[in-house]
Write a new protein. Sequence first.
Length: 217
Amino acid sequence: MEYNDKMLAAKAKLLERFKKSEPRQADPEKERLPPGQHVTKGFPVLDLGVKPRFHPKRWRFQVEGEVEEELDLDWDDFIRLPRGREIADFHCVTTWSKFDVRWDGVRFVDVAAMVRPTDEARFVIVHSADGYTTNLPLADCLDDDVMLADQLFGEPLPIEHGGPMRLVVPKLYAWKSAKFVRKLVFSKNDQPGFWEERGYHDRGDPWKEERYRSSNA
């Protein structure tokens, strides 16, 4: 799979810049904009440069690993799941933030209730149709605002923003909100994903400026 080399190089250069600065913590109860961020009126598009085609009849979404009941759904199955809506701010590691983004889709907690994670499950490894992966603590995924979103501002999620379905984790940097999601693996072990293997922080809390992995992390 061919990725956008210019985009990868730009994000790697950005990472080097942040390695030279000291992270600053902020209090989300008192501030709305995380440290080092600026508000954008647009909605920038950042991914690996691959736009997987969506074929409704061939699309599959799977959940497996440390669960009592695995899932293997087609598109019709997915859109029949219980629906939710979340309006949340969205923060990208490349320093832009967009306020009040409306997402519609399926809440992660509802999927978790269906598959029933085992006591061994500690992490969720997200797999996307473009070959992208990322890792999250299960505890972060179980927040009520975490969505498997298939709509953006009331319209079908466009491919440039991860359509037909993406993960949305508002409390973490946007690289954790993987696009083109096709599989979730509940795991007892952490498995760093695409950007984590390239120096990005394992968790990515924007309020702590967890942009990159420090040498003692």
